[in-house]
Design a protein around this ligand. Structure first.
Ligand code: GRF
Length: 193
């Protein structure tokens, strides 16, 4: 089962998934393998890691495209070249069109740095602190046309600590993201088999 991961930035979640996928239980047990990492930004830090790991590391820059639809078409062409059983969004910061979401229905997952359905969208940690939340967290979910609202696959909870800044909370959540995302993907692939 081929996996394609989409990123826009540092790619630490992508790296956690790639490392998990290098283990025997993924390769032999699940028959799963990360084939490619695709970024919409040429300067995404994660691309270097992907290259070092011997993966296809590709850029589909959104900027030259006249519309979201045109970008998504080009993105889908790049993705489909790897015949993925699963497309993983890992810090991919573009909103996808309904046509794209439909094309990958049942094989498209995302991670969001909040306890969904609370705080979909951007600036989740700042909003959680402003709301006085005692807990933050992260959610792995299936992607539907409704942004950050698909069926939940996995969640992790972290405490909000006195004096927390959005950055401190984000870092605490991110360490949990690295644990739950590979686990959720393995579970999802096992169920889909
Ligand atoms: C993560 O917090 C993810 O949940 C959010 O963006 C961040 C990406 O981090 N959507 P990285 O690129 O995986 O390091």
């Amino acid at each position: 089962k081929n996996i394609v991961i989409l990123i826009s930035g540092g790619g630490s979640n992508m790296a956690a998934i790639v490392r998990a996928a290098q283990r025997d239980n993924w390769r032999k047990g699940l028959g799963a393998e990360v084939k490619a990492v695709i970024s919409n930004r040429a300067d995404a830090g994660g691309l270097a890691f992907a290259r070092e790991q011997g993966l296809a590391a590709e850029v589909v820059d959104h900027k030259p495209f006249p519309s979201r639809e045109a970008f998504d078409e080009a993105l889908a062409t790049a993705i489909d070249a790897h015949a993925p059983a699963l497309v993983v969004l890992a810090g991919f910061m573009r909103i996808l069109t309904p046509a794209f979401v439909e094309r990958y229905r049942g094989r498209l997952v995302n991670i969001h740095p909040s306890l969904l359905p609370a705080f979909p969208g951007l600036h989740t940690h700042q909003r959680a602190l402003e709301a006085g939340c005692r807990f933050g967290g992260a959610t792995v979910h299936q992607v539907t046309a409704d942004l950050d609202h698909g069926p939940i696959l996995e969640q992790a909870v972290v405490p909000v600590l006195p004096g927390d800044t959005p950055e401190a909370l984000a870092a605490r959540v991110l360490t949990q993201e690295h644990l739950i995302y590979p686990r959720a993907i393995a579970h999802f692939l096992r169920q889909a088999a």
